[in-house]
Design a protein around this ligand. Structure first.
Ligand code: ATP
Ligand code: MG
Length: 723
């Protein structure tokens, strides 16, 4: 093994960074310029050329996946095992440190890490004990407060209590109680991992000295997204050592909303005055057109550190812009392009669909599933597996089938309605004893006057709610039933009160469920004369679970723009470029947030290597509402020379543009239907034909009904009358 393997595949600036004498370094460079590659090769250089032991190297990356890849790439380059190298995420490394030094950390050696759901449950319990009204002080907001303090390195005792600030006083009271509770029971939440790891080093001089001498070289990828406590931890480890090697791109800072501090990049320059800064200006990832377009977009932001990016690659194809008629048409278009790509012999795993909000995934999932295209949703659950969706479905289940015990268990106290563990235990016991359903057991115990007045009241409310939903459902369309259930159950209210983006996303998902019900093809699925609701529930159950591709299967990648950071794909679809969605509604009036959205758009575009498709819908039913959004302002910031508008021959979008007469071409194999053909359906009334696909008995038609909206109908079932 010689030096050349480490150096030969690098350009001059990259070589300079990789082979520099030990000192602090900042690699500031745009997307796809080889920052991560430099970091990997730097580590290989240190081990192979500088004879540094892997044991002396620390590397922090953004995800476990990235960490695994980094270790693998170092091992490939060196043909040795790099097992003893500390490489991982901030949380993972903090955990490792605390496990090894639980005594110094003043933690029981059996301490447990709790996730955010556990944390929330704990806070709720504590608030009850402290007699703090969780209506007035939503527990989610408390969690948000506590984690934000920890991210800033602040314990309750460090915060000055303002005598006239009742909000702060209440939060601090809970924070103190929570700290005691966690200490007593040996529990450590995610934010605590970082803070505790920092304190453990700060308070134990010997330990700190040990790690300072152990980690002779410290490396950080995606440095622009570190928060205060993470940076403080890095500084502690490297103080007086001048051995911190960070790579980052201020233009890709996208976690400000979660406490990431772009200022850390400026602070680094102050705190490590001896550092060497290297800029990488050549992009190796994307074609000329993709790069020009991304550069033009990000140039609209102010206060950048300033970077140039060029490529030797050819211009490549123009960026394709597709204006979809609606969100279904968008999914249809994207999936058809993917099928074409695959039919040409290329890999599905080379394709990514990137969206702003998790709720958008459903349209694509359904279309991918309908065409039998394997896919995987990254970093996030598939739509029908999400907690809030399962809760909502459980209401629908229970209202239709009172004997569904799983649904009963799921929602009897969700949202919280004061049904305690004891009450629930009594119900379970009787059900088991008598072999009856939980619902029946509950009714019997109520009749027998078994419960305390408080529990009795809570259960009465629950029974009325479920019976009421069932009664009202008789006069409601399927989607109205769903809407009714998520509203009356209090689920919407419950998630609206949650602070932060998570609650928001859950509300959006719930509203998207209404949309799913509205679009549900009753005709297509009905075989056994089941009720429409039952068919819908079965459909939901089937769509969750194992339809997702296996690990080894070649599959299309679906993920939010946030989780696409650092990755690259030959073919990228960036979808939903609409005002109010991307940029998000909350950001449009706030310059700082808007700029973060623009950086997110830059991240998305720069994931693409060869082909980039951008799409938006002229009408979108999202979060349960029909919108006619304007195209995203980001589209106007991309130079027209880099864009080509895609027009499909039978594009439905032509229908809604009155100036251009729709081409009345026959579509579909039967030739029976024309684009714009007026038809009548027994149940849905009059509508207009938009698309036909499938063949023979599988032929189906999409109709926009004046009253009932968009529907896909199987031609072999649907009784359509041509007008
Ligand atoms: P991001 O900002 O998105 O994280 P990055 O700056 O970390 O991007 P890398 O992922 O390291 O960029 O590199 C982008 C692509 O360019 C990778 O496929 C990498 O292998 C390739 N690459 C980087 N440098 C070179 C080079 N000198 N010669 C050939 N290919 C290179
Ligand atoms: Mg990278």
């Amino acid at each position: 093994m010689d030096v050349t393997a480490i150096i030969e595949s690098l350009n001059d600036a990259q070589r300079q960074a990789v082979s520099a004498p030990a000192r602090s370094m900042l690699i500031l460079a745009g997307a796809g310029s080889g920052k991560t590659r430099v970091l990997v090769h730097r580590i290989a250089w240190l081990i192979k050329i500088e004879h540094i032991s892997p044991h002396n190297i620390l590397a922090v990356t953004f995800t476990n996946k990235a960490a695994k890849e980094m270790r693998g790439r170092v091992e490939d380059l060196l043909q040795i095992s790099a097992r003893s190298m500390w490489i991982g995420t901030f949380h993972g490394l903090a955990h490792r440190l605390l496990r090894q030094h639980s005594k110094e950390a003043k933690l029981p050696d059996t301490f447990q890490v709790i996730d955010s759901d556990d944390q929330l449950r704990l806070i709720k319990r504590l608030m009850k004990v402290l007699n703090i009204d969780d209506k007035k002080w939503p527990p989610k907001q408390v969690v948000w407060f506590i984690n934000a303090q920890k991210d800033e390195g602040l314990r309750a005792k460090d915060i000055h209590e303002e005598s006239d600030d009742i909000y702060q006083q209440t939060m601090l009271q809970i924070y103190r109680g929570y700290e005691e509770l966690c200490a007593r029971s040996g529990l450590v939440d995610f934010a605590e991992l970082l803070l505790k790891a920092y304190e453990t080093l700060a308070d134990n001089a010997d330990l700190l000295a040990f790690y300072r001498s152990r980690f002779k070289h410290v490396h950080v990828d995606e440095f622009q997204d570190t928060n205060t406590i993470q940076y403080a931890w890095l500084r502690l480890l490297t103080e007086g050592q001048d051995n911190l090697f960070v790579v980052g791109d201020d233009d890709q800072s996208i976690y400000g909303w979660r406490g990431a501090k772009i200022e850390n990049m400026f602070n680094f320059q102050k705190h490590y005055p001896n550092h060497l800064m290297i800029r990488l200006e050549q992009n190796y990832r994307s074609t000329g057109n993709i790069l020009k377009a991304s550069n033009a977009l990000i140039a609209c932001n102010e206060g950048r550190m300033g970077k140039e990016l060029r490529t030797d690659d050819s211009d490549g194809d123009l960026i394709s812009l597709y204006s979809a008629f609606n969100e279904q048409d968008e999914a249809y278009f994207v999936v058809e392009r993917i099928r074409k790509w695959v039919a040409e012999g290329r890999l599905r795993s080379d394709v990514a669909i990137l969206y702003r909000s998790n709720a958008q995934s459903r349209q694509f999932e359904e279309r991918l599933m309908a065409t039998g295209t394997p896919y995987r949703v990254y970093g996030g659950l598939r739509f029908f597996d999400r907690m809030e969706i399962k809760n909502a479905l459980a209401y629908l289940f229970l209202m239709a089938h009172k004997g569904n015990d799983a649904a009963f268990e799921r929602i009897i106290n969700t949202p919280t309605r004061g049904v305690g563990a004891k009450t629930l235990d009594d119900i379970r016991r009787l059900a088991k004893e008598k072999q009856i359903t939980l619902w029946q057991a509950m009714i019997e115990l109520m009749k027998a006057g078994h419960f305390t007045p408080r529990a009795e009241n809570a259960l009465k409310g629950f029974v009325q709610l479920i019976n009421g939903l069932a009664e009202q459902a008789k006069d409601l369309e399927l989607y109205e039933q769903v809407k009714n259930a998520i509203e009356k159950s209090g689920l919407i209210e419950f998630h609206k009160k949650e602070k932060g983006d998570k609650g928001e996303a859950r509300v959006e998902n719930l509203e998207e469920l209404v949309n799913a019900a509205r679009q549900f093809d009753y005709e297509e699925e009905n075989e056994e004369n089941q009720s429409e609701l039952d068919l819908f529930l079965a459909h939901a159950a089937l769509e969750s679970g194992d339809a997702q591709a296996d690990d080894f299967e070649d599959c299309v990648q679906l993920m939010t723009l946030h989780s696409a950071k650092g990755l690259e794909f030959p073919l990228v679809f960036m979808v939903g470029l609409e005002e109010g969605l991307f940029p998000s509604q909350q950001s449009v009036d706030d310059i700082a947030r808007l700029e973060e959205e623009r950086r997110l758009c830059y991240v998305g575009m720069t994931r693409a290597m060869k082909l980039l498709y951008i799409s938006y819908a002229e009408s979108r039913r999202l979060y349960g509402k029909e919108n006619h959004p304007r195209p995203s302002r980001f589209l106007k910031e991309i130079p027209a020379e880099q864009l080509q508008e895609i027009r499909l021959r039978a594009s439905v979008s032509k229908l809604v543009r009155p100036k251009k007469a729709a081409k009345r071409a026959a579509i579909g194999t039967s030739g029976r239907y024309r684009l714009g053909q007026r038809v009548r359906h027994e149940k849905f009334g009059e509508g207009v034909v938009l698309q036909v696909d499938g063949e023979g008995s599988q032929e189906r038609v999409q109709v926009n009904f004046a009253a009932a909206g968009m529907k896909w109908l199987m031609l072999s079932y649907a009784k359509l009358e041509v007008l």
